[in-house]
Design a protein around this ligand. Structure first.
Ligand code: 5GP
Length: 207
């Protein structure tokens, strides 16, 4: 199945090592930008105390995940830190049909697959923490994960970090407001570039 981008929306990917602040950034971005909607992923991970089902994730069992996978329900899926995560094809198509941009809060594996499937309309952004010390602080401050989970996530840090080259934009998240501002400018610029490209394509077809 393919996403038909009839209304010419963008597909915005946000990735980062765990604890770099990506989910907070995504929330702020969505609050101030009514033309962007979040793709709410399915996951087999346990719900954190402050998370809400169907708002942060759709929390499902491994059995349910396997069933959906078999039905080809996911636009992409991946195993991240021993849990499964997947993007709903249908939800992405619905957001796109409304003429809105889709925001994906996904890892590097998902990013590769989305880029392959949605190609030229993808804007990929990688968020870096200002330092490893700050990342450890944020992971601990979140205090929603037990210690062994925090340790597990830290052990993946270098590997996750190594994927920065696969993204079009790389930002250091020193201050939340500044990072969100930069992402807003990136999105605005990418919208203009896309409109221009589409106009040129239309013109060329008629020449
Ligand atoms: P967390 O468990 O901290 O919410 O997320 C762990 C990692 O999984 C994060 O990097 C997050 O962006 C990624 N992730 C969340 N949803 C998806 C998804 O649907 N697909 C993929 N590939 N990664 C996801």
């Amino acid at each position: 199945m393919r996403i038909k981008n009839k209304k010419n929306g963008l597909f915005i990917i946000l990735s980062s090592p765990s604890g770099a602040g990506k989910t907070t950034i995504a929330k702020k971005l969505l609050k101030n930008n009514k033309n962007i909607e979040l793709s709410i992923s399915y996951t087999t991970r346990k719900k954190r105390p402050l998370e809400k089902n169907k708002k942060d994730y759709k929390f499902i069992s491994e059995g349910e995940f396997t069933k959906l996978k078999k039905k080809k329900y996911f636009l992409e899926w991946a195993k991240v830190f021993n849990n499964y995560y997947g993007t709903s094809f249908l939800q992405v198509q619905k957001i796109n049909n409304k003429g809105k941009d889709v925001l994906f809060d996904i890892d590097w594996q998902g990013s590769k697959k989305i880029k392959r499937k949605l190609g030229k309309d993808v804007v990929s952004i990688f968020i870096l923490p200002p330092s490893k010390k700050e990342l450890v602080k944020r992971l601990k401050k979140r205090a929603q994960d037990p210690d062994h989970i925090v340790r597990e996530r830290l052990s993946f840090y270098k590997m996750e970090l190594s994927h920065w080259k696969e993204y079009k934009y790389v930002l250091v998240n020193k201050s939340l407001n500044e990072t969100v501002k930069k992402i807003n400018s990136i999105i605005e610029t990418e919208r203009i570039i896309k409109q221009k490209k589409d106009l040129i394509l239309k013109k060329i077809r008629n020449l």
